[in-house]
Design a protein around this ligand. Structure first.
Ligand code: ADP
Length: 428
């Protein structure tokens, strides 16, 4: 294994894995830290991404889980470690990006790393340490209203310094744009000034490639998924990796297909509307019926069974903002969310038992619940459907029983995403 990635959330893990596969690295994603402490069960892959859920948990918990992931990846023989967080640097003044980075540096015996959430293809760029989302500063973007991690400051040097004991500095664009040698020289100067973590400017993919090349000897990289696009070529140059043109190939998954939607994001609402307007078969999960104890999962499965074979179905709890607010005020947001997640997870299990082999799931938490219900602990990463969302294959199933999952974070994908996913799925 060349690269070990520790990701602070589930769909972010899939995002970075997809980036690596695109550039020819055979990549496996594991859900949580595997039990085998020696890394003996590490999969045959060039990169392994450990998907954690540590973005908003207390900092000491995030540190504990990240260090456990690090130890497992080290035991499995990784050459370089990558701490992956969100491209909008989602965190609070209490962490967890700073505390986890520092704990990883300590554990690796390293004194320097970069921090670069830039993802120019998705409009996230960094200039003079300031993060832009499209044309807006992070602090003017929708992220200022995020329910858990409102981002009110765009100067990432300030944001990260508030979370860190070590000295945070800036690796400016004028060095990055000159290429790897200039970046290495600047890193030398920053180290000399006592900087331990440098926010790295990057406004396009060339900048990310320059950073990847300059930082190949750092034990730890910390970044969004963007930086990963530059790594495979650098590893290949070192002789650590032979890029595999078939890295994204999955085994065919013949069988039925279905879409499960548990996200209420604007993008998912548009995707569900698109499906309904096309007159495609759809079943609505009603949280109030769940609260009344009605057997909604059984009804959904019976309905799905009665649809013409070869016709993918949509089963969705997706609701408009107003409808969601009404249900939440009636049932409580936590309770409604848990009821819906449990129901969709039961439906996923039932569908797979009935022969569905390609499952598109919309929603980060929903994806977590579905993957757990299906007992999936490892995902091989296939081709991207849209930026950040690849097809994946559940590992450990018998030959001929391949199960493909497309796990979509709520806000990703255009209105046609469900069809796009089903069209691009591999059945033979
Ligand atoms: P996203 O990726 O858009 O954030 P998630 O799946 O992470 O989507 O979160 C959506 C949450 O909303 C889940 O807990 C889900 O169960 C809940 N939910 C979905 N539909 C409804 C609904 N109609 N009423 C109440 N809660 C819902």
């Amino acid at each position: 294994m060349t690269l070990g990635v520790i990701a602070d959330d589930f769909t972010g893990a899939t995002d970075v894995a997809s980036m690596l596969v695109r550039a020819g690295m055979r990549t496996v994603q594991v859900i949580g830290v595997p039990d085998d402490t020696q890394g003996a069960l590490a999969p045959e892959a060039d990169a392994v991404v450990v998907a954690l859920k540590t973005r908003t948990v207390p900092a000491d918990e995030a540190i504990g889980q990240s260090l456990a992931a690090l130890r497992w990846l080290q035991a499995a023989g990784m050459r370089q470690c990558y701490f992956k967080y969100c491209s909008t640097f989602d965190s609070t003044p209490a962490g967890n990006i700073g505390p986890v980075t520092e704990a990883l540096l300590d554990a690796l015996g390293a004194d320097f790393t970069i921090a670069c959430p830039a993802f120019p293809e998705n409009g996230r760029t960094i200039y003079r340490g300031h993060l832009f989302v499209g044309d807006e500063l992070l602090s003017d973007s929708g992220m200022r209203h995020h329910p858990l991690t409102p981002m009110l400051e765009a100067n990432l040097v300030r944001v990260l310094q508030a979370q860190s004991r070590r000295h945070v500095g800036l690796l400016r664009h004028d060095a990055v744009v000159q290429g790897p040698a200039a970046v290495r020289e600047r890193i030398g100067a920053l180290r000399h000034e006592g900087v331990s973590i440098a926010i790295a400017d990057a406004i396009d993919n060339a900048d990310l490639r320059s950073l990847a090349a300059a930082c190949v000897d750092l034990k730890l990289l910390t970044a969004g998924s963007g930086l990963a696009l530059g790594l495979p070529a650098v590893y290949a140059e070192r002789g650590w990796l032979t890029p595999d043109a078939r890295a994204a190939e999955l085994d065919p998954a013949p069988g039925g297909a279905a879409v499960l939607a548990g996200s209420c994001s604007l993008a998912t609402n548009a995707q569900v509307q698109h499906w309904l307007h096309a007159g495609r078969p759809a079943f609505a999960v009603d949280p109030r019926a769940l609260a009344r104890g009605e057997p909604v999962a059984a009804a959904a499965l019976a309905w799905a069974q009665a649809q013409p074979p070869q016709q993918p179905v949509l089963i969705s709890a997706t609701a408009s903002a107003q409808a969601l607010a009404d249900v939440q005020s009636e049932l409580g947001a936590q309770r409604a969310g848990a009821l819906v997640e449990t129901c969709l997870a039961q439906i996923a299990r039932g569908l797979v038992e009935r022969g569905v082999r390609r499952l598109v799931v919309a929603g980060g938490e929903t994806s977590g619940a579905v993957v757990q219900a299906l007992g999936v602990t490892r995902l091989r990463i296939g081709a991207a459907i849209c930026p950040g969302v690849p097809w994946t294959q559940a590992e450990g199933r018998p030959p001929g029983e391949a199960l493909h999952l497309a796990l979509k974070s709520g806000n990703f994908g255009g209105p046609d995403f469900f069809d796009e996913a089903l069209r691009s799925s591999v059945t033979a």
